[in-house]
Design a protein around this ligand. Structure first.
Ligand code: ADP
Ligand code: G3P
Length: 492
């Protein structure tokens, strides 16, 4: 039997998932790693720990299943996006902790460029917003802060990469400095229309082009690793939300997936033409295969499953995440408690980093069940915001179903509520590890052991469809309450 090894390097853990020749998951190994918060709003990872946990989980899953390197046809890498690493070309050592996508330290840099009138050109070239979320201003901050780093980067002695690049460098023993188009598209340094690094933006941010990785297709030759016995080629790379889009087989324009983990990231395939958002969504590359770019509109919600974690760890009203649905089902239907979970600000389409959470509509009878219901419904309302924005940008032609995945999609109550508030069908696939599957598919297809796009799309199998069970008038009244609550939270 031939196998594919998928590496899913996420924000809180590194995972290795082994798939067999039929794309069935054989085994998983996972290790969490340390989150560093050196100052308010700063989030860092130790890139060495990212590397050591990644290496360990790969070794573990292979050992657990007695699989040798000669049985692995290829490795696919998927990763937390935007997180920024600078390392020494000679030693491979990071110059600094990785600056994580959630880190807000470059807000002032963004404000300064905005006041200089640079935002429109950056948005036009990158499809992104001038926000600390993306890598570009993080690279600038590192080069401004670490003595001598910029001069060394100009000489090609210091390299930049998102996590995929750093892992490729380490896996190949420093032979390959490359990334894929989906990861490049999140850096704020990449022109998504030409498929090349933007010389103008690199100049503006004072980022030497010599330090940037080569950009390749998602399914391509990324070198090989000798670290697991024999040689294994790295054949697939994609940012995690794009890998989930492929894992959900959202290959047709108008198809949309939404991944409910800690946060929620919704991507709508817009085909070969990038769609410019009038609703503060991001325009990004969904995938690049055979040199052809397919674009997506993306909406990013920072708090989804994290609201359920808050019920458990903050309020202590549930002991485990699945209890949130059981409790919500007991809520008094006459109460209209609304939670705006802006614990770390609001993402798309509001982009209000300073907004904070709020609860509205409390009565003397409001208790754990109503809080639980409000927390799960807040995820549905936020998705409805993205859905509305996407329909507006896309011209109302989006698919009438939403494909969901991620840990929280296991909640039937939450998914039924989502369908009710969207007024659309919500499809949950049998295979909910779509991020890893997407990365595995890229590598397996490139290796010639997995089917092409059409064949892969045929293997997508439905676990459960949730159809709306809410009267239109009730849905719209509920959504209007949410909009009022968001406006009030933003005004606070
Ligand atoms: N049955 C459930 N009901 C509601 N939320 C759930 C359920 N199972 C998991 N979650 C939530 O899903 C999140 C974990 O999903 P996961 O995809 O593993 O996220 P991440 O990759 O961001 O760590 C947690 O925030 C958890 O609270
Ligand atoms: O690692 P995740 O699943 O939280 O995903 C993070 C996103 O890629 C950030 O853009």
């Amino acid at each position: 039997m031939t196998y594919i090894l998928a590496i899913d390097q996420g924000t809180t853990s590194s995972r290795a998932i082994l798939f067999d020749g039929d794309m069935a998951r054989v085994g998983t190994a996972q290790q969490e790693f340390t989150q560093h918060f050196p100052q308010a709003g700063w989030v860092e990872h130790d890139a060495e720990e990212i590397w050591s946990t990644t290496l360990a989980v790969c070794q573990e899953v292979l050992a657990n299943h007695g699989i040798g390197s000669d049985q692995i046809a290829g490795i696919g890498i998927t990763n937390q996006r935007e997180t920024t690493v600078l390392w020494d070309r000679e030693t491979g050592k990071p110059l600094h902790n990785a600056i994580v996508w959630q880190d807000r330290r470059t807000a002032a840099i963004c404000d300064a460029f905005r006041s200089e009138g640079c935002e429109d050109d950056i948005v036009a070239q990158t499809g992104l917003l001038l926000d600390p979320y993306f890598s570009g201003t993080k690279v600038k901050w590192l080069l401004d802060t670490i003595p001598g780093a910029r001069e060394r980067a100009e000489r090609g002695e210091v390299l930049f990469g998102t996590i995929d690049s750093f892992l490729i460098w380490r896996l190949t023993g420093g032979k390959v400095h490359a990334t894929d188009a989906t990861n490049a598209a999140r850096t704020l340094l990449f022109n998504i229309h030409t498929g090349e690094w933007s010389p103008e933006i690199c100049d503006l941010l004072h980022v030497p082009v010599a330090m940037l990785p080569e950009v390749r297709d998602c399914a391509a030759d990324f070198g090989s690793t000798e670290l697991f016995g024999g040689s294994i080629p790295i054949l697939g790379v994609a940012g995690d939300q794009q890998a989930a889009t492929m894992g959900q087989a959202c290959f047709q324009p108008g198809m949309m997936k939404s991944t409910y983990g800690t946060g929620c990231f919704a991507l709508l395939n817009t085909g070969s033409d990038p769609v410019v958002s009038n609703n503060r969504l991001l325009t990004t590359i969904a995938y690049q295969l055979g040199g052809q770019r397919t674009y997506a509109l993306e909406g990013s919600i920072f708090i989804a499953g994290a609201a359920v974690q808050w019920l458990r760890d903050g309020l202590g009203i549930i002991e485990s995440a699945p209890q949130s649905g059981e409790l919500a089902a007991q809520a008094d239907p006459a109460q209209n408690v609304v939670l705006v979970p802006a614990f770390t600000g609001l993402g798309a389409p509001y982009w209000k980093p300073d907004c904070r959470g709020a609860v509205f509509g409390l009565t003397r009878n409001s208790g754990p069940a109503e809080f639980s219901k409000a927390a799960l419904e807040s995820i549905a309302y936020q998705t409805r915001d993205l859905w509305e924005a996407m329909q507006g940008d896309w011209g109302g032609d989006a698919d009438v179903t939403l494909r969901v995945d991620g840990g929280m999609s296991a909640s039937n109550w939450a998914m039924q509520g989502l369908s009710n508030l969207l007024g659309a069908s919500v499809d949950r696939p049998v295979m909910q590890e779509t991020t890893a599957l997407g990365a595995a598919w890229l590598a397996g297809m490139q290796a010639g052991v997995y089917p092409d796009q059409a064949g892969f799309a045929d293997t997508w199998a439905l676990d459960q469809r949730f159809d709306p069970k809410m009267a239109e008038a009730d849905r719209e009244a509920a959504y209007a309450r949410w909009k009022t609550a968001v406006a009030a939270a933003m005004a606070f």
